[in-house]
Design a protein around this ligand. Structure first.
Ligand SMILES: Cc1cc2nc3c(=O)[nH]c(=O)nc-3n(C[C@H](O)[C@H](O)[C@H](O)COP(=O)(O)O)c2cc1C
Length: 506
């Protein structure tokens, strides 16, 4: 074991045990590892996965059918990005997923739309009708009746008397008060209402009181898109403590599980998440940069060039009036600045008419590229179809009219990006977190640097494999064996090289 070169080689053969005697006579040992040793094995067993790795949903189908299928084929979990898509498109994509995946596991995003309960109920019904067994529930501050309906429908006792759920939820939250609701039974008032409406049976109502809304809960730290910008190192211990408290308070027969999301884009972050006790990890932004994602090649190239300092918070289209923000790419697009200017004008003035001429001119020349009256006509046409009530309110309330018009720019800016409109490149809204620059730095000069080479599965395997190598490096260091130039051992490998390293390690 004196030869560094040999030791390095042995460390990267992750399934082999390493043993040596330290200079002071103590025994040192680094155990062989399989990638499936990470996390909570029950997560993989219950969801029929090979690896505790999940790609979180990305709205507008950015987490595409292709992305979900690529991961599912290798025993990992993808969450289809249903948010912001018309239900007919979601229905067609669910059919495609079922056809391509058969019985393999996948998830679908169940996004909370507090302003549109009818839409949420339709989504729940679609998921039930299409027999989707697993959803990733996000953006919830309070549980909704539609989500409770999804969870409870189909509950039954099997022959052994054990309660079996047909529908499972992976909740994604960043606040403990929301986590508390997911790890508790569904609220009785909602259950009573569902029973009264004939949506659930008396037996389902009764069994629902005995199960948690979700067993799996992803803690989301500073991420791309909607985020509270909190660090994982502070959130994770709080959620793990809450988990144990909820297990004890409700005497749940199963172990609840905490997954980790936000900033996971390097072997270091993967290992840190598992070391803190994550049952599984969730990646996001980095999958948008992969070839399977449902965005444009132009966006993938911009993401591949992202460096530290190239991201910022900008007003969100969905909760614009409340001042809610999303994390986006700053480099190469004016979106964040323009959206921020729109928000300032919205705060400052009571109506579009009050906006001073020079500001109005700037909006017409740069942001809307047409007169505000023309822009309003297309906004009107959009909402007449999607939600006519908004138009009635806009007719009464000029500030609401301003909000709808400004939100139309924010909304279109994501579509221009995903569709790669060249003439609107300067306005692309690209959700992106600090994970992206961290990933780009890690893969620089490697086989994963070029956007065309970034495949979601290669990225996932590289992350997990190198987290295992890093784990072994750390264990060796803890036992007095430090290696210089460790980064060399953590450089991404091609699929062919990885296949060899992963023999027996999956
Ligand atoms: C482009 C993009 C779109 C996203 N859209 C959604 C969404 O519609 N629903 C959701 O639950 N999470 C969404 N997320 C969050 C991801 O699922 C994931 O939780 C998050 O990106 C993980 O953090 P990271 O970006 O630091 O990897 C989105 C993230 C990105 C980057």
């Amino acid at each position: 074991m004196d030869n560094d070169q040999d030791f390095r080689k042995q460390l990267s053969r992750i399934t082999s045990d390493l043993a040596w005697t330290r200079p002071d006579g103590r025994k040192a040992f680094v155990p062989g590892l399989k990638l499936s040793d990470f996390g909570d094995p029950e997560f993989c067993r219950e969801h029929r996965l090979r690896l505790p790795y999940m790609a979180g949903a990305m709205a507008h189908g950015i987490a595409s059918v292709d992305l979900v299928v690529a991961l599912a084929d290798e025993g990992m979990l993808g969450s289809y990005g249903a948010a912001g898509l018309p239900l007919e498109r979601v229905a067609a994509d669910l059919d495609a997923l079922k056809t391509r995946l058969g019985s393999k596991t996948f998830a679908v995003n169940f996004i909370h739309s507090p302003q549109e309960p009818v839409l949420e109920q339709k989504l729940a019904q679609l998921l039930i009708d299409k027999d989707v067994r697993l959803v990733e529930a996000s953006a919830f501050m309070r549980l909704s009746k539609a989500l409770v309906y999804y969870r409870v429908k189909g509950l039954r006792r099997n022959e052994a008397g054990v309660i079996e759920a047909r529908h499972h939820i992976i909740a994604k939250v960043s606040r403990v008060e929301v986590a508390r609701q997911f790890w508790a039974p569904p609220p009785p008032t909602m259950l009573d209402q569902l029973l009264k409406e004939g949506l659930i049976t008396a037996e389902e109502r009764q069994l629902a009181a005995k199960i948690p809304m979700a067993v799996d809960l992803t803690v989301e730290a500073d991420s791309g898109g909607h985020t509270d910008n909190r660090p994982l190192v502070t959130l994770m211990p709080q959620m793990l403590a809450l988990k144990e408290q909820m297990e004890a308070d409700h005497a749940w027969p199963m172990r609840l599980r905490v997954g980790a999301a936000g900033g996971i884009a390097t072997p270091h972050a993967v290992l840190a998440a598992f070391a803190m006790g994550a049952a599984y990890i969730v990646t996001g932004t980095i999958n948008q940069a992969c070839v399977e994602s449902g965005t444009s090649a132009a966006v993938r190239e911009m993401l591949a060039e992202t460096q530290q300092g190239d991201i910022m918070m900008a007003p969100a289209a969905d909760m614009f009036e409340m001042g809610v923000k999303v994390q986006v790419l700053k480099r190469g697009t004016m979106f964040a600045m323009r959206a921020q200017r729109l928000y300032e004008l919205y705060r400052q003035y009571a109506s579009l008419e009050q906006i001073p001429e020079k500001d109005r001119q700037v909006l017409e020349d740069t942001v809307f590229r047409q007169s505000l009256d023309e822009a309003w006509q297309s906004t009107d046409a959009y909402f007449q179809v999607r939600d006519p009530q908004q138009m009635e309110r806009a007719a009464r309330d000029p500030k609401h009219k301003m909000s709808l018009l400004f939100r139309s720019y924010l909304g279109q800016a994501s579509h221009w990006a995903t569709q790669g409109h060249p003439e609107r490149r300067i306005d692309y809204q690209i959700w992106c977190g600090p994970a992206m620059p961290a990933f780009n730095d890690w893969v620089r000069g490697s086989c994963l640097q070029a956007p065309a080479e970034r495949r979601a599965v290669s990225v996932a395997w590289n992350l997990l494999y190198h987290a295992a190598v890093l784990q072994r490096l750390q264990l060796a260091a803890l036992q007095g064996r430090f290696l210089a130039a460790q980064e060399d051992l953590l450089r991404p490998l091609t699929d062919a090289a990885l296949q060899e390293c992963l023999q027996g390690a999956l």
